[in-house]
Write a protein that binds this ligand. Structure first.
Ligand code: ADP
Length: 226
């Protein structure tokens, strides 16, 4: 179990995360939603050990980082390495033997080309392949569906289902509620750095409704669209 206890984070005077206490179990998919700036990426970066923080993050592992796969929203990939070299580097850093990348090239990426020739979506897919290759137990996917085509969305959704079957703990953020409600076991709503709501599958519809009401209020009436 991955446990966050009173996780808090500040940038100077700005409180970005405030007393987040959450548990994430193996074999479950967790969706994290919230407006831009709610703190989703910061929470992920804290879990990935990339940010200092207050509070504790505990797991059954001696070194959580060695068991954690993290797909960033906009993965940084060096320009002058090929897709193939990027994947090889992922394997070397995790001390796993090089796999047959062509056989595992589920997104049909041009692995012999330099990453600088890749589009944003292609870079994301390459980074996603890297996460899969590293065979970690805890997977964080920050906006995995944004910027990639519909075919890739279908593949990524299936891969996430496979991760559940393999007993991995998966945390996903998305701006699109329906992509999470289809996939997740639990959805957590972050608002201004705090957990403002959590819902299990049978409560997703109510959560979506209350989010809609909070977001829209009487804005549509005020617009008076005709
Ligand atoms: P989300 O992923 O939910 O959109 P973020 O975690 O990226 O939100 O950002 C949360 C807040 O923290 C925002 O107000 C953002 O401007 C701020 N923030 C993020 N990173 C930094 C940083 N390195 N320095 C200062 N403020 C930051």
């Amino acid at each position: 179990m991955l446990e966050l206890n009173n996780l808090s984070k500040r940038y100077g005077n700005l409180k970005v995360l405030e007393d987040i206490t959450l548990n994430f179990s193996p074999g479950k998919i967790y969706g994290i939603v919230g407006e831009n700036g709610a703190g989703k990426t910061t929470m992920f970066r804290c879990i990935a050990g990339l940010e200092s923080h207050q509070g504790t993050i505990s797991s059954p592992y001696l070194c959580l980082r060695n068991h954690l796969g993290y797909l960033e929203t906009n993965p940084m990939i060096m320009s002058l390495i090929t897709g193939w070299e990027y994947l090889k580097l992922q394997c070397i850093s995790k001390k796993i033997g090089a796999a047959n990348f062509e056989a595992q090239n589920i997104f049909n990426l041009p692995l012999n080309q330099y990453a600088e020739t890749y589009s944003t979506g292609m870079k994301k897919k390459l980074a996603f392949m890297g996460v899969l290759l590293r065979k970690n137990d805890i997977i964080i996917l920050d906006e995995p569906f944004s910027g990639v085509d519909i075919q890739s969305n279908i593949i990524i959704t299936e891969m996430i289902e496979e991760m559940r079957r393999l007993g991995k703990t998966v945390l996903i953020s998305s701006h699109i509620f329906s992509t999470l409600s289809d996939t997740c076991d639990e959805i957590i709503l972050l608002s201004k750095g705090k957990v403002s709501n959590t819902a299990q599958k049978d409560g997703f519809a109510n959560l979506e409704l209350s989010m809609k009401q909070n977001i829209l209020g009487n804005k549509l009436k005020k617009l008076n669209i005709q």
